[in-house]
Design a protein around this ligand. Structure first.
Ligand SMILES: *[C@@H]1O[C@H](CO)[C@@H](O)[C@H](O)[C@H]1NC(C)=O
Ligand SMILES: *[C@@H]1O[C@H](CO)[C@@H](O)[C@H](O)[C@H]1NC(C)=O
Ligand SMILES: *[C@@H]1O[C@H](CO)[C@@H](O)[C@H](O)[C@H]1NC(C)=O
Length: 376
C-alpha cells in the first residue's frame, strides 16, 4: 500500500511508522525452535480456549500474530501442504502482521491473532475436523490471519460517507472486506521471499484463493443473518434429521462442497466475534478496545461534519455494558447457539452466559464503564 493511501488519516501513517521502528528492534525468531523460552511456554497453552492472547501481545512486543501463526501453522502442517519453507512462512507472517495498524485500538494484529486462535480451536473440534479437508483447514487459517489486514480503524459506513478512495474503488459495497482480501494476495505474491503459494500448483492455488476470499468476505456483517440462517437451515436442521446412529450418513452430508462452504463461513464469522465467549477479563479488554475505536470514529465524524453512523458510541454518553448487551442479543446468542449445536462448545457457552450476566449486572447498577466503581 503506497504511503498516504489513507489520506486524511495521519494517525494511521504515523502509527505505522512507529510500529516499523519497534519491529526492527525486536529479534525475529529464526525458527520455531529459537523462540524465547518464556514465549514458547506461553504458546504451549495455545490449544486451550482460555489462552491469554494479551500476555502474548505484551511478551512479543506487539507481534502476537507472527509467533502464534508460526505455532499454529506448524501444528496444522501448513508448510508441508503448501510445500513452502518455514522461512517463507515466517517472512509472510511478518509482512502480514506489519500491514495491520498498530495505532488501531481494536483492529490491530492482536485481533487477527485472536481470530486465528479461535479458528484453530474450532478446526480441532471433532465435528468440524471430520467435515473439512486439509485444503479447507489451510484456507481457513490463512483467511483468519489476513481477514482484517490494513484495517483503517473505521467502519464501511464511515469510508462511504467520507468518500474514501477505497469506497470509490469498491463502489461502496463490502469495501473493507474486499480490500482485506485483495491486499492479502497482493502482499503475498509481490515478493517471492514471502510468497507462501510459490510452490503451489495452479489448480490448488485457485481453489485455495477462492476459499480464502469467500471466508474473508463472509466476515462482512451486513450479510450476518443471511449466513447464519443458511447454516441453520442447510446444516443444523438436516443434520438433526439424520439419525445419530448413522454417523456415515451425517459425515457424507457435511462433506459436500456446498455444506463445507457454509461451515467455513460460519466458522470464521464466529471466530471473528468470539470476544463475548472468552474468559471475562479478555472479554472486558476487547469491549474496551472496540468501544475506543468506535469513539475515535465518532470524534472524527463530528470534527469533519460527517454523519455520525453509530451515535451510541459517543465517549461522553456511551454505556459500554448496554452496547455489549445489545451486541450479544442481536448478533451473538443465536449464532453461537447454532455453532454450538454443530461443533459442541460448552466452555464457550458458559463464558458467554457469565459475561452476559456481568454486563447486565453493571447495567442494573447504572454503571456505564467497563468495570464497577471501586467500593467506597
Ligand atoms: C516443492 O518445491 C520445490 C521447490 O522449492 C520443488 O523442487 C519440489 O518439486 C516441490 N515438491 C512438490 C511435492 O511439489
Ligand atoms: C492493539 O491496541 C491496543 C490498544 O487498544 C494496544 O495496547 C496494543 O498494543 C495493540 N496491539 C498491537 C499488536 O498493535
Ligand atoms: C463498480 O461499478 C462500475 C459501474 O457499474 C463497474 O464497472 C465496476 O466493475 C464496479 N467495481 C467493482 C469493484 O465492483
Amino acid at each position: 500500500v503506497p504511503a498516504g493511501f489513507w489520506c486524511g488519516q495521519k494517525v494511521d501513517n504515523q502509527g505505522r511508522q512507529s510500529s516499523n521502528m519497534s519491529q526492527s528492534q525486536l529479534a525475529i525468531p529464526v525458527t520455531l525452535n529459537d523462540v524465547p523460552p518464556s514465549i514458547a511456554e506461553m504458546l504451549d497453552d495455545e490449544e486451550r480456549w482460555e489462552f491469554n492472547i494479551l500476555e502474548l501481545e505484551a511478551a512479543t512486543h506487539k507481534r502476537p500474530l507472527t509467533y502464534l501463526g508460526l505455532k499454529i501453522f506448524t501444528s496444522f502442517g501448513v508448510c508441508e501442504f503448501l510445500n513452502c519453507s518455514e522461512a517463507t512462512l515466517r517472512s509472510w507472517l511478518q509482512l502480514i502482521e506489519a500491514s495491520y495498524h498498530s495505532s488501531n485500538s481494536y483492529h490491530n494484529s492482536t485481533h487477527a491473532a485472536d481470530v486465528l486462535h479461535a479458528t484453530a480451536y474450532f478446526l480441532r473440534k471433532e465435528r468440524v475436523k471430520s467435515s473439512l479437508d486439509q485444503l479447507d483447514e489451510v484456507a481457513a487459517l490463512i483467511a483468519a490471519t489476513v481477514h482484517d489486514v490494513d484495517h483503517p480503524g473505521r467502519t464501511n459506513s464511515f469510508l462511504c460517507n467520507a468518500g474514501s478512495e477505497l469506497a470509490i474503488l469498491y463502489n461502496d459495497t463490502a469495501v473493507l472486506e474486499s480490500h482485506h482480501a485483495a491486499l492479502a494476495f497482493q502482499l503475498t505474491v509481490r515478493d517471492s521471499k514471502s510468497n507462501i503459494f510459490k510452490n503451489t500448483d495452479r489448480n490448488q492455488f485457485r481453489t485455495l484463493r477462492q476459499a480464502i476470499i469467500d471466508m474473508v468476505l463472509a466476515t462482512e456483517m451486513t450479510r450476518h443473518f443471511e449466513h447464519v440462517n443458511k447454516f441453520v437451515n442447510s446444516i443444523n436442521k438436516p443434520m438433526a434429521a439424520i439419525e445419530d446412529s448413522d454417523s456415515e450418513g451425517q459425515a457424507n452430508f457435511r462433506n459436500s462442497p456446498e455444506n463445507r462452504l457454509l461451515i467455513k463461513r460460519m466458522m470464521i464469522k464466529c471466530a471473528d466475534v468470539a470476544n463475548p465467549c472468552r474468559p471475562l477479563e479478555l472479554c472486558i479488554e476487547w469491549a474496551g478496545r472496540i468501544s475506543e475505536e468506535y469513539f475515535a470514529q465518532t470524534d472524527e465524524e463530528k470534527r469533519q461534519g460527517l454523519p455520525v453512523v453509530m451515535p451510541v458510541f459517543d465517549r461522553n454518553t456511551c454505556s459500554v455494558p448496554k452496547s455489549q448487551i445489545s451486541f450479544i442479543d442481536y448478533f451473538i446468542t443465536d449464532m453461537f447457539d447454532a455453532w454450538d449445536a454443530f461443533a459442541s462448545l460448552p466452555g464457550l457457552m458458559e463464558h458467554l452466559s457469565e459475561n452476559y450476566k456481568y454486563w447486565k449486572n453493571l447495567d442494573e447498577m447504572k454503571c456505564k464503564s467497563l468495570r464497577p466503581p471501586p467500593p467506597p
